[in-house]
Design a protein around this ligand. Structure first.
Ligand code: IMP
Length: 185
């Protein structure tokens, strides 16, 4: 079944997202006061959230990106691949990983393991969305900053995609419950 935007409904409104980001940023600023903070966006899904979040952070914050892929369509493939890496060393830095959504936790589990050997002063994880009910038992991911814990629904918009589309929507949308089964989700 090919899905389109009409199969989705607004789930988290732009105003709610922005208000929550301001709250999260306040906490992050307090926690990292005086630190050498590197914000690391996990592409592509985090780019909208990251752009809004970092504009609340201190001007000295540096930004870097990496790309990890683990999804095709609406179902996890269970495959995790680092497509490209950070452009700068993180030795001695305080790293804030910025992710769009944590689902099974496999992507972040793998990424955190790989980054942990690079000598950073600290590595923290910030995600806009978290689906805790989907976490795999053998996956250990601790989330330091979470925008919204959500139930197990497929979401898009505000950076999140469906086959590359809809990342530019201002709100987060969720797949309508009446089409979930037909869509195989
Ligand atoms: P995990 O490894 O299972 O935690 O998957 C995390 C990645 O899967 C996220 O960075 C997203 O790219 C993708 N993902 C998980 N759930 C959704 C969703 O509901 N909509 C869009 N992408 C999702």
């Amino acid at each position: 079944m090919e899905l389109s935007l009409k199969d989705f409904e607004v789930f988290i409104k732009e105003e709610t997202i922005q208000a929550r980001i301001a709250e999260m940023a306040e906490k992050i600023c307090a926690d990292f006061e005086g630190k050498d903070l590197v914000a690391v966006g996990v592409l592509k899904g985090s780019f909208v959230f990251m752009a809004d979040l970092v504009r609340h952070l201190p001007p000295e914050t540096t930004c870097d990106f990496l790309r990890v892929s683990s999804y095709e369509g609406v179902k996890s493939t269970g495959k995790v691949r680092i497509d490209f890496d950070l452009t700068q060393p993180i030795q001695g830095k305080d790293v804030l990983i910025i992710e769009d959504i944590i689902d099974t936790g496999l992507t972040m589990h793998c990424l955190m393991q790989r980054l942990s050997v690079r000598g950073a002063n600290s590595i923290s994880l910030c995600t806009l969305l978290d689906k805790p009910s989907r976490r795999k038992d053998d996956v250990d991911v601790s989330v330091n900053y979470c925008g919204f814990k959500i139930e197990n629904r497929f979401v898009l918009g505000y950076g999140l995609d469906l086959d590359g589309k809809y990342r530019n929507l201002r709100d987060v949308y969720a797949l309508r419950s009446e089409v979930e089964e037909a869509a195989g989700y």
